[in-house]
Write a protein that binds this ligand. Structure first.
Ligand SMILES: [Fe+2]
Ligand SMILES: [Fe+2]
Length: 302
């Protein structure tokens, strides 16, 4: 049985959840009332990520044939399963974004072509190295977002909020898998691993920035240039936080299990979500009442 003392990365499962994104108001995709800037940031970040997730599936499926540790093989099977469900759900949500924001169709097509091409032509070392680099940030973002739930999306669309909590919990759970595959196959090449962490961050920043600027323009945030600039500054502060939290990753003896963001405190939402979902709780929509139920506290009065 899962207890609060379990490390979130131990024996993580595949959860084949399907979110009903049609319930999300297509005219209101700035879905966090607590922090509209945060919802735009995570929408911008999430546009290209499903194509990375497909790349990861290709990379780790290829790497699997070179591994023999049964525990790592199990984890690789589970991360592939989790990412397949992430990609499917977020691609569907992103269709709503593409309809509202005209330039996103091109950005999405470019992301698809970029990762599709690399999945075909990258060497095994490039596949696993870039995957491990990228997974550094999906893992760190997972932990950061859950830690800042109250500040960024306490009051939000229940379906999108539920999707992101699910995604971030699972990113933390499988946050060591790609790293361990890299270590098993190319562990001596620490400088290459570091380079891939930086390459992944640069790529994430470029993709997120251009989507954010376009979406903020389309939402009319630049009618007041100071507001527009402040929103883009928020986007860059978020990316800077990713970079700051990635500093321990550059150490030679790093392992995600020991990253301070996971070990200093187990995030209570993460613990509660995993327990609630495992007990058969419905996590497909999370409003105030569901959150209170999940956390085991009384629902706040409306
Ligand atoms: Fe994912
Ligand atoms: Fe991931």
């Amino acid at each position: 049985m899962t207890t609060q003392t379990d490390h979130p990365m131990d024996g993580f499962p595949v959860r084949p959840l399907v979110f009903d994104v049609k319930k999300v108001d297509p005219e209101n995709l700035v879905w966090s009332r607590t922090s509209p800037w945060f919802s735009m940031f995570i929408n911008a970040l999430g546009l290209h990520v499903p194509y990375f997730e497909r790349y990861l599936i290709r990379a780790l499926s290829k790497a699997k044939t070179h591994l023999d540790d049964p525990r790592l093989l199990r984890d690789v099977g589970a991360i592939i399963g989790q990412e397949a469900h992430h990609a499917k759900n977020f691609m569907e949500f992103n269709q709503a974004l593409v309809k509202r924001y005209p330039k996103l169709a091109r950005y999405e097509a470019e992301a698809k072509a970029y990762f599709g091409q690399r999945a075909q032509t990258d060497t095994l070392k490039e596949l696993v190295g870039f995957t491990a680099g990228y997974e550094t940030f999906t893992f760190l973002a997972g932990a950061l977002v859950l830690q800042n739930h109250d500040k960024w999306f306490a009051d939000a669309d229940p379906v999108v909020k539920a999707m992101w909590i699910w995604h971030q919990v699972e990113e933390v759970e499988h946050g060591a898998a790609a790293f361990e595959v890299y270590q098993a196959l190319f562990g001596k090449h620490t400088w290459y691993r570091r380079r891939m962490v930086i390459a992944a961050l640069m790529h994430i920043a470029g993709e997120t920035h251009r989507a954010f600027v376009h979406m903020s323009w389309r939402e009319g945030w630049w009618r007041n240039p100071f507001y527009g600039m402040a929103s883009v500054a928020f986007c860059w502060i978020m990316l800077a936080r990713f970079a700051w939290n990635a500093l321990p990753v550059l150490r030679g003896n790093y392992h995600p299990h020991q990253h301070p963001i996971v070990t200093t405190e187990q995030n209570p939402i993460q613990i509660a979500w995993r327990r609630f979902e495992k007990a058969g709780g419905n996590v497909l929509e999370i409003d105030h009442q569901k959150m209170a139920e999940m956390m085991g506290v009384a629902a706040p009065s409306a």
